[in-house]
Design a binder for this molecule. Structure first.
Ligand code: HEC
Length: 159
């Protein structure tokens, strides 16, 4: 009797576990490795000084339109504060590269633009279709700038 009960409990627990996993699957977050582009897009290392210009240039990244960054003025807030994100989210460089190339890969509903890839699920204005907002080297320069935020002391950052 006792063993029968524990067997049914074990079966029930297993069913619940399986049901739980199945229900969670569509919402499961992709791991950094799954969405990362580990290899740089160019052979030349990114230039953080040029990256800093690009994130505030309207015809280029204009990342500050949606992200607070310790540079530029008139920041939008549709996206996360980039100083916080870089200091706390512990993303791999490959993941950050993927996010800039095509942010839809990990979040199909994102409002963030597709800055480099025009393939598959992208989020690019009609008049930009078939074109890239950023050149490969510009993506690398922006990554280099974002990485400088990792070690920036928040109290020294321009507000
Ligand atoms: C139209 C608004 C918009 C613009 C412009 C934009 N982003 Fe984003 N970005 C978002 C939103 C919203 C999120 C959070 C949701 C998501 O993950 O897509 C995000 C997320 C991110 C993340 C992930 C942060 C984290 O750790 O979770 C990075 C990195 C990023 N953006 C970089 C950039 C860079 C670099 C640029 C400029 C080249 C840029 N974004 C331009 C809206 C924008």
């Amino acid at each position: 009797m006792k063993s029968g009960l524990s067997r049914s409990l074990a079966v029930l627990a297993a069913m619940l576990l399986t049901a739980g996993c199945a229900a969670n699957q569509p919402e499961q977050e992709l791991s950094a490795e799954e969405i990362g582009i580990a290899t740089p897009l160019t052979d030349k290392p990114g230039d953080p000084v040029n990256g800093a210009k690009l994130v505030t240039t309207r015809s280029k990244g204009n990342c500050i339109a949606c992200h607070w960054m310790p540079i530029g003025t008139f920041h939008g807030s549709a996206g996360p504060n980039m100083l916080d994100a870089m200091q706390h989210n512990e993303r791999s460089v490959g993941w950050i590269r993927q996010k800039i190339v095509n942010p839809k890969v990990d979040n199909p509903d994102t409002v963030m633009f597709t800055f480099y890839s025009n393939e598959g699920k992208s989020n690019i204005r009609k008049d930009w279709q078939g074109k890239r907002v950023l050149e490969a080297q510009e993506v690398e320069d922006i990554i280099a700038y974002l990485l400088t935020l990792r070690n920036m002391k928040p109290e020294t950052a321009q507000q």
